[in-house]
Structure formats: C-alpha cells, structure tokens
Design a protein. Structure first.
Length: 497
C-alpha cells in the first residue's frame, strides 16, 4: 500500500500501483528502474559465482580447488542451476499464498547474499553445500517475483510489455557481463574465496539499493492473490519439514550423489511441472479461457526446456571446452577461461535494445510468440552444429573468434525465447496463479539447466563431433515441430499474442 505521508500516485488503468502510462525510464514506468537494479546485482553475484564454480570444483587442491572429477563437477553445476529455477515454484507459491511478490523478492535477496557469504568463508564441501543451497533457493525467489512484478507494471494490452521485459533483460545481462569479469579476476589474482566474497558484496549493493527504493513501487506486488487459511498453513509447514528430512536422508544414504545429482533434479523438475500444470487445469477458480491458455503453454514449455538444455551448457560443456580446447592466446595474453562467460552478456547488451526497438516498431506485425520460440530453438541447434568445424584439432586449438561467433548465435536464440517467455508467462497466467505461472516458465529453465549438467557428462573431446551433431540436431527438430504447431498454439492462447 502507498505510504500515508507520500504524495498519492495517479492510479493505473488496472487500478493499482504507479501509473502504467508513465514513460520516464526509456519509455517505461519509473518503477522498472528498481526491479532492473536488484535483478542486475543479483545476476552479478549469480553469474560471477557460477563463472568460477566449476573450476573450483574440479581444479586440484594445489590450484585452490576441491579436486573432484569433471563429470561430478558438471553434474553439481547442472543440479545447482536447475535447483535455482526449480525453486522458483516455491518462490511463486510463497508470493501467491503467503507474502505477496514484493516481500518475497526482498527476503529472497537476503538469502542470496547469505549464500555467497557462506561460499566465501566456509571451507571445502561445507561451503559448497551451505552456500549453493542458500543461493539456489534465494535466487529462485528473486527470479520468479522480480519477473512477476515487472509484468504488474503494465495494463492488459500495453504493447510496451515485451520492450520493457527486454530492457529488464538487459539489466540482467549487465550483471552477467561484469560479474564473471570481476570474480574471474579476483580468483586468478587472490583465490576462489575472494571471488565468492566479491559476489556477496555485489548482492549486498543490490539489496541496499532495493531496500531504499522498494517503497516507490507503491503497493505493486503487496497483494496476496490466494492466501492460505490457518489449517492450510499447518499442512504446508508439515510438508516442508518432511521434504527437508527426505532430502537429507537421500544425501546421507548415498541415494543422491555428486555424479547423479543433475539427473535427480531433472526428475524432480518434471514431476513439479506436471503437478503444477495439473493443479492449474483442474482448479475451479480457473476459467475456460485461462485453462486453454495453460494448455497452449505446454508446447512452449517443451521448446523452452530444449533451448535451455543447450544454452546452459555455457556453464558445463562450454566451460570445460574453454579451459581445455580453446586457444586463449590473445595477442600474447592468456584470456582467462572464466571470462568466456562474459561474451554472451556483451552481445545481449548490444542486441537487447535492438530487439526491444524492433518488437516495439513492428507492434502487432511482429512474429507471434510461438514463432519466436521456434526460431530461437532452431538457432540454438545451429549454434551447436557450428562447433563441428572447430573439432578435431587437439588441446587449446579452437579459435577464440570462432567460439565468440557461436556465442553470438546463443545470444540471438536467447533473445527470441527468454524475454519473450518471461513476458508470455505473465500474459497467459490465470489470475489466481499469477506468480506460479511465471514459476512454470522457470521450471522449463530448471529442466533444461539440470539436463545441461546430465548432457555434459556425455561430452568427450574424442567424440565431440557426434555430441554436437546429435544435441544440435535434436534442438532443430523441436523448433520445426513448434513452427508447424504454431497455428494451433495461437488459437489455444485465446487472443494473447
């Protein structure tokens, strides 16, 4: 609710929050700046930490790492990344049923900062375990709710929505660019724990900025759409406690290990997605039009999962490739492998504004969301096929410029799917599952991210051509199928474009 002592904001056409007709921030509502800022710093810390994480896991103890196998390291990274997005379902549920989006975002950001602090000060496996759990669940809460709040800034039918999400996405990638550069530098000059500490400092800056500016949202995200009754709260706490016990027992008994962790997250994500879709489709509070839109989202979910299973290999297969196969000699200077993670954000920063301007200029003439998804999935497959000409040259032989070109294809695919998917999830969401629909989109990211860790276990330098052809070809097939199904998907979307 607005502060009683502050000037009253003009009401938006939807009746709540700041005036959605505001055009102060690149033609967007001013409130977007605060969400832009907290997400930028959260991504700074997230990608900064993730840029050095896999090397921390498989580098030898003499190099400051933990010395575990590459297969286990890629599985842990995939499982962790998948859990980040899997936990968006919890963040969305808490927002929709307990705290509202805005407060959930704030408390989740605190968890993220605590996780990075744990990684920086706790030694060995304890630091990894405690730190990654806190960051994973905190980041899940930040992602689902920041996205939901951005959607709340726009009235139904406001054609600035996709452009606003593209600007929001640019903020994400500013953080994604600077984070790995600085943490990679800190890791190489001081050590891994210095890199993790820098990630914690970045999140502290973002949290401070948001704490100061959050009141200017004037009530956006304060409403709890479907609050729990007293007895439901007790049941929810009991279920949460049982889940914690089950996870602990699975880890202690060896049922979940470092080598199979990503596959476990894949299975849990599929179960979570099926359950959430079933709950929305069977709810008596969901109208027939809303139910049709949920059904339309299912093939988009599949396409998104296929895309992310390739894209998120930046942190598994591509990270190992950068360390062992890439010629990083840049005019006599050894380009750090951790800095490869910043190439994609550079392209995003350059092209996000171009894509935003393009969608704004085209307006109703722009490609439909299903066709954007189809195009992104095909381009992602082509990016993996582009590895083939660089294969077979031995250690540290692949050209840096070639990998940069491949990551440009990653970027084009990403801009066709990720900001569009975020926007689409807010447009197709049933009213009573507003934030949880955003969480469903992030479940597709969770599925793809954890599967990226599983797939990376099959990558081998001696048979990389087969790997890149099979994985890239599968993505292209999915994209073609979505394009063919596009007319049916659009009909099921019931007026949403």
């Amino acid at each position: 609710m607005p502060d009683a002592n502050s000037p009253r904001e003009p009401e938006s056409p939807s009746g709540t929050g700041p005036d959605v007709r505001e055009r102060g921030f690149f033609g967007q509502p001013w409130a977007l700046t605060h969400l832009f800022g907290v997400e930028m710093w959260e991504r700074f810390s997230f990608y900064g930490m993730q840029g050095i994480l896999i090397y921390y896991l498989y580098y030898s103890a003499s190099d400051g790492g933990l010395g575990i196998s590459e297969a286990s390291a890629t599985s842990i990274v995939g499982a962790y990344g998948g859990t980040v997005y899997l936990s968006t379902i919890l963040g969305g549920w808490i927002a929709d049923r307990v705290l509202g989006s805005e407060r959930t975002l704030f408390y989740s950001a605190i968890l993220v900062m605590a996780g990075h602090i744990a990684l920086s000060v706790l030694p060995g496996a304890w630091g990894v375990g405690v730190g990654l759990v806190l960051v994973a669940f905190g980041s899940g809460g930040v992602k689902a709710n920041a996205t939901s709040l951005v959607g709340d800034l726009y009235a139904a039918g406001d054609e600035r929505r996709d452009a606003g999400f593209s600007l929001f996405y640019m903020g994400i990638n500013i953080g994604g660019l600077v984070g790995p550069l600085l943490t990679g530098w800190a890791q190489s000059e001081i050590g891994f724990h210095a890199g993790f500490l820098l990630a914690a400092i970045g999140m502290a800056i973002g949290l401070t900025q948001y704490a100061v500016g959050r009141r200017q949202l004037h009530g956006v995200g304060s409403h709890v759409p479907n609050p729990l009754a007293g007895r439901e709260r007790t049941v929810a706490l009991a279920v949460g406690a049982v889940a914690v016990v089950v996870i602990a027992v699975a880890c202690l008994t060896g049922l979940v290990t470092a080598s199979n962790m990503s596959s476990v997250v894949v299975v849990l994500t599929v179960i979570g997605a099926v359950v959430l879709i079933a709950v929305m489709l069977t709810s008596t509070r969901v109208s027939s039009d809303e139910r049709s839109r949920v059904i339309a989202f299912i093939p988009m979910f599949v396409a998104s999962a296929a895309f992310w299973s390739l894209f998120q290999q930046q942190f598994t297969t591509v990270a190992v490739y950068a360390d062992k196969r890439l010629n990083r000699d840049l005019f006599g200077w050894d380009f750090p492998p951790t800095w490869v993670q910043s190439i994609n954000p550079v392209f995003i920063i350059v092209f996000a504004g171009i894509f935003a301007a393009l969608w704004t200029r085209l307006g109703p003439r722009q490609p439909s969301s299903p066709m954007k998804f189809a195009g992104g999935t095909v381009v992602m497959g082509l990016a993996f096929l582009a590895f083939v000409p660089m294969s077979g040259g031995g250690a540290n032989s692949a050209p840096l410029l070639g990998l940069a070109g491949i990551l440009l294809l990653f970027t084009i695919a990403e801009l066709l799917i990720s900001p569009v998917g975020l926007s689409l999830s807010t447009k197709l969401a049933p009213k009573v599952f507003h934030t949880q629909m955003v969480a469903l989109f992030f479940l597709s990211v969770a599925l793809g991210t954890s599967f990226a860790g599983t797939l990376a276990g099959y990558y081998d330098e001696d048979s990389e051509v087969t790997y890149f052809v099979v994985v890239g070809g599968a993505s292209i097939v999915v994209g073609v199928l979505i394009a063919v199904a596009s007319p049916w998907i659009r009909r099921m979307m019931r007026g949403v474009h």
